[in-house]
Design a protein around this ligand. Structure first.
Ligand code: AMP
Ligand code: MG
Length: 276
């Protein structure tokens, strides 16, 4: 694939035209720019190699952080994405946080309390497997808060992310978009394959029945929380190889733009000889 195509993935999948974004127009099975998995594998490998080098610089520099936010419907591929793209990196530089149903302690605080604590410190890459966006997704679908509160939260989240960006945290947000059919297949697999049984959760069926409500909640959130400084990227994710190639490309390109630099060496190092 031409270099130019890969560079345009970020633009292609970025949500820009806020109020106009239509979820129904996304084709989860689309693979623009790639012909198949054979073409995708070397792209993923090249990107993780690039990320590895850049991560070392980011860590050594200790001045800025990268936060990756992953959101998807059940079986959307968040875990697989983390494994494929961030698995090859130095584990000391990566911090993954999986956000579950809030605990009593978390519920006793405002919803961003638990999130802010997990924002990666300078030098680190942080990955959110689910995130503060659950508080405008599952919370909206299940009416855990009213619509007015949801709308306020969009603004609060935008302000929170702006605050982070102004304080050295680059934010990249990916929604892994799968089709209803693909979800059915993946849930069925969890039933058919004994080693996947642990992943099956009866509750996922109730959530699947609320598919349209989730789509509506996603569409509203994508429209309201995509300022140009921290836009969402909606990635066609039915094909895992495509998802991995595209996300790794956008992450590696973003890390390059962050320009992490090794700190300047202390003066006189060239004169030091380690004694025997
Ligand atoms: P899993 O990612 O499969 O381990 O499931 C985690 C569950 O926690 C999902 O059903 C999420 O919707 C739920 N969850 C995560 N964050 C929140 C939140 N802020 N409020 C309510 N439910 C949440
Ligand atoms: Mg689950």
């Amino acid at each position: 694939m031409a270099k130019k195509d890969k560079k345009s993935w970020e633009k292609l999948f970025r949500v820009t035209n806020d109020a106009e974004f239509k979820y129904a127009k996304v084709d989860p099975a689309a693979t623009p720019g790639l012909s198949g998995r054979e073409e995708a594998a070397p792209i993923l490998a090249a990107n993780t190699a690039r990320m590895n080098e850049l991560q070392e610089r980011l860590y050594a520099e200790g001045a800025q952080a990268l936060l990756i936010v992953l959101q998807a419907l059940d079986t959307g591929g968040k875990d697989g994405t983390i494994r494929a793209i961030f698995g090859p990196l130095n584990p000391q530089g990566v911090q993954v946080t999986s956000f579950k149903v809030p605990t009593a302690l978390e519920l006793a605080h405002d919803y961003l309390w638990r999130v802010h604590q997990q924002v990666p410190p300078k030098g680190m890459i942080g990955i959110f497997n689910r995130s503060h966006y659950e508080d405008v997704l599952v919370a909206k679908v299940h009416h855990l808060v009213d619509e007015k509160a949801v709308r306020k939260r969009y603004a609060q989240i935008n302000a929170f992310e702006e605050h982070l960006q102004e304080n050295g945290v680059t934010i990249l947000k990916f929604h892994l978009c799968i089709s209803r059919d693909e979800q059915r297949e993946r849930l069925q697999q969890r039933l058919d394959e004994p080693e996947k049984h642990w992943k099956f959760n009866r509750g996922d069926l109730a959530e699947r029945a609320l598919w349209d409500d989730y789509v509506e909640a996603y569409q509203a959130m994508l429209r309201n929380c995509s300022p140009s400084s921290a836009p969402w990227h909606v990635i066609p994710a039915d094909k895992k190889w495509y998802r991995n190639a595209v996300i790794s490309q956008i992450v590696a390109d973003t890390m390059e733009k962050m320009e992490p630099k090794f700190p300047p060496a202390e003066e006189g190092l060239d004169k030091i000889v380690i004694p025997e």
